[in-house]
Design a protein around this ligand. Structure first.
Ligand SMILES: Cc1ncc(COP(=O)(O)O)c(C=O)c1O
Length: 446
């Protein structure tokens, strides 16, 4: 028997350097500490920043009526449920929220989960079995990919938003296999809307059930904000829809909606529903109020779309590429990963909070700043955002990036080869006096 010393499972942590390398370069954009939130602004290091990096599309996370309802629920039931719905943690507010959501999305029944992530993970792991197949768009959210991994079924990825690619995959599967098509209604990085009419048509030809993730479409698409499925008038064609409370409804948690008998099965079998504490009363109370406001105030969605159109047009007229977005998620193509980190840092210094997405979240050499807009953003805030992006785009030479010019030159995301001088060089070329250190805290014009 081999008597060698055991492998240290922490070894990979000691050699993990990516984050430190970016920190050393002074452009680390993650885990920024927010000291206070004031409407559309956050306070970091005592400085206000306009938030264009949240999913709080309707601004309801700061709505005083939602906050009051959350406080009322906490006063009535306490700060937590201290147990699973299954056992001691089932409060009337959970049931009321499920009933109202089922009416809203027009499905027979709804089941709440403690996060949207758990919904995708739990539903996929519970419903799909050995021998089944999950047809999964390549740009689906990580929670879907993890759900696929946890299920015993075979995952079959297909090219993003392509009904033809879906058909080619389905053609090769045995006709007797259980099949599920799962897609994001709105894709979280690119902001594009799934081509549901084409996808559903193909899926139906092959007897494939359909599941749509409405995380970024609830409160955004559909006549009353019911989501993508209602936007296309296809509720009858889709078997299951999921939504999160962590975006338009301004809180946390999620739900699955579908036929009564499927929801009842999940209630008794989905492990990440059964073996975790239920939604805190404040969360359930706040979400219920947010849903009621969404239903009663269509003007919230109207302003969101007005702001969205302004930003799509604004970025395009400045020369930025924003991909195929059709929604308030607006990815701004920067190009090289290093430049995207510097761009995000300079935005932050100019009083704008947005984060970059780099390889592997997006294609190599096509790093973006992911921005998203809210009902509550004012014209002057949005004008300032556009003006600042335009200025930084020119100063940092974004429009000369390979991603824009189509040249084959790769700018690379190899931080082991990037030196502090490179970052300083870029800052200097952007007209910054690097000898005086960072311009952190530059005032934001109003
Ligand atoms: C498409 C999609 N689905 C699911 C989730 C998970 O939602 P939650 O934040 O509620 O866990 C997200 C979160 O970003 C998402 O973008």
């Amino acid at each position: 028997m081999d008597q060698g010393s055991p492998k240290d499972i922490f070894q990979k942590c000691t050699t993990f350097e990516e984050a430190n390398k970016v920190r050393q370069l002074g452009v680390y954009p993650y885990f920024r500490s927010i000291e206070e939130t004031r409407g559309n602004e956050v306070v970091c290091h005592g400085q206000t920043k306009i938030m264009i990096g949240s999913n709080n599309y309707l601004g309801l996370a700061q709505d005083p009526r939602v906050i009051e309802a959350a406080c009322d629920a906490a006063r009535k039931y306490g700060s937590g449920c201290t147990g699973s719905r299954f056992l001691n943690g089932n409060i009337r507010l959970h049931e009321q929220l499920e009933e109202e959501l089922a009416l809203f999305v027009q499905k027979e029944a709804v089941l709440l989960f403690s996060t949207g992530f758990f919904v995708n993970q739990g539903v996929l792991a519970t419903l799909l079995e050995d021998g089944d197949a999950i047809l999964c768009d390549r740009e689906n959210h990580a929670s879907i990919l993890d759900g696929c991994k946890q299920s015993a079924a075979k995952t079959i990825p297909f090219a993003h938003n392509s009904a033809d690619a879906l058909r080619r995959r389905l053609e090769r599967l045995p006709s007797t296999a259980g099949k599920l098509l799962i897609v994001d209604g709105v894709f979280s990085m690119s902001g594009d809307i799934v081509d549901l009419p084409a996808m559903a048509k193909v899926a139906k030809e092959y007897g494939c059930r359909i599941y749509v993730d409405e995380a970024h479409s609830l409160g955004v698409l559909g006549p009353k904000g019911e989501g993508t499925v209602h936007h296309f008038g296809m509720n009858q064609d889709v078997d299951l829809t999921m939504g999160t409370f962590s975006k338009s409804l301004g809180s946390m948690g999620g739900f699955i909606a579908g036929p009564d008998y499927v929801i009842d099965y999940l209630k008794h079998k989905a492990r990440c529903f059964m073996f975790t504490a239920s939604l805190a009363p404040a969360v359930a109370g706040g979400v219920l109020k947010a849903l009621q406001i969404l239903k009663q105030e269509p003007e919230l969605m109207e302003s969101l779309w007005k702001n969205t159109r302004k930003m799509h047009e604004g970025f395009k007229s400045l020369g930025f590429r924003i991909g195929t977005t059709q929604t308030p998620i607006v990815p701004i193509l920067i190009g090289s990963e290093v430049k995207a980190f510097i761009f995000a840092q300079k935005l932050y210094e100019a009083g704008i909070f947005a984060t970059p997405a780099v390889f592997p979240a997006v294609r190599y050499g096509e790093a973006i700043i992911r921005t998203s807009y809210m009902t509550t953003h004012t014209d002057s805030e949005l004008d300032y955002v556009l003006e600042t992006f335009g200025r930084l785009g020119r100063e940092l030479g974004v429009f000369e990036e390979a991603a824009y010019t189509g040249s084959t030159k790769k700018n690379g995301y190899d931080f082991s080869s990037v030196q502090l001088q490179d970052v300083e060089g870029l800052r200097k070329s952007a007209g910054e006096d690097t000898s005086t250190g960072s311009a952190m805290g530059a005032p934001v014009p109003r």
